[in-house]
Design a protein around this ligand. Structure first.
Ligand code: MN
Length: 303
């Protein structure tokens, strides 16, 4: 595994189009990893092109966040790593490439963001977070519960992401509307599943769901947890997901109540002829950074 310095993007082809002095590993508190992997995709293809499309879209995102009233991104700095090599198995991607990079980011005291690619890339980042924060739990936004033990004879398939994560951490899932009848979690690490049918509008359930999490939380966002009107470009769209504002409010509440230690945004599959999904993903990245900065790093800002 190369040192993070060897992976660093040093020109202005970085996330959010920052001046290079804001993107060094010394200056930046946030480090973005790109995993353009779609090796186990079972339906629509194209998530391999997600990270590059999101990076380009992020250069069009306004850096001022009017919800929190601050410019968090230039204040903290964001380092961009070169994309990992997608010519490998899902296990080699997430355990062989994502995990060691995420581990180094945590060891440097920085905040990792992982951009996919399919959901199979996430477990390696969670493993590194879990080794850094032994009480870690995972907040999982997705249409799919991803709790299959194995899929297409691959334990590291995108359909098994939460099952792999559950080998280390308890999970709270929201937005779920596609799952197997029987998908047990580990007996010592419960998986609380909030189905979209019952929980798709604002209500006390959000605080209840967040209340099931430990202090330190890794946030994994499969964009298909949102409604396809928000993210039409995704591998396996399901009707009836979270609205944009409900999703943001859930993440804001999460940041106010818990310490988010890292997050990922996965399953964006850019659609020819429009930029809706990659721009929404870049915006979601920016908003989530704003909430983490405001409420997790400035605790006096919490309400
Ligand atoms: Mn999904």
């Amino acid at each position: 595994m190369p040192d993070l310095t060897d992976l660093l993007v040093t020109d202005d082809d970085n996330f959010f189009g920052l001046e290079p002095e804001l993107t060094t590993l010394e200056r930046a508190r946030i480090v973005v990893m790109s995993a353009p992997y779609e090796g186990t995709v079972s339906y629509g293809k194209g998530t391999g092109a997600g990270p590059e499309a999101i990076r380009r879209a992020s250069q069009q995102v306004e850096l001022f966040d009017e919800i929190t009233g601050e410019e968090h991104i230039p204040r903290h700095g964001v380092a961009t790593l070169k994309a990992f090599n997608p010519d490998c198995t899902a296990e080699e991607m997430t355990i062989g490439q994502v995990y060691p990079a995420a581990k180094q980011i945590f060891e440097a005291g920085k905040f990792p963001i992982l951009v996919g690619g399919e959901h199979s890339v996430s477990p390696g980042a969670v493993k590194a977070a879990f080794e850094t924060y032994p009480d870690l739990s995972v907040f999982h936004i997705d249409a799919h519960s991803d709790m299959r033990e194995s899929y297409d004879e691959d334990k590291h398939s995108h359909a098994c992401a939460a099952a792999r994560i559950n080998e280390w951490c308890p999970i709270v899932q929201v937005g779920i509307r596609s799952r197997e009848k029987f998908e047990p979690g580990h007996p010592d690490r419960p998986v609380h599943c909030y189905h979209a049918w019952d929980y798709h509008t604002e209500g006390p359930w959000i605080d209840e769901a967040i209340g099931k999490l430990s202090r330190n939380v890794y946030l994994t966002i499969d964009v298909d947890g949102f409604d396809p009107s928000v993210f039409p470009g995704t591998g396996t769209p399901e009707p009836g997901g979270l609205t944009w504002y409900l999703g943001l409010k859930i993440i804001q509440k999460l940041a106010k109540a818990r310490n988010i230690v890292g997050f990922d945004i996965v399953e964006v599959a850019p659609t020819e002829g429009q930029q809706v999904s990659e721009f929404a993903a870049a915006r979601l990245m920016g908003r989530t950074i704003a909430f983490v900065s405001k409420y997790c790093w400035n605790p006096e800002g919490a309400v």
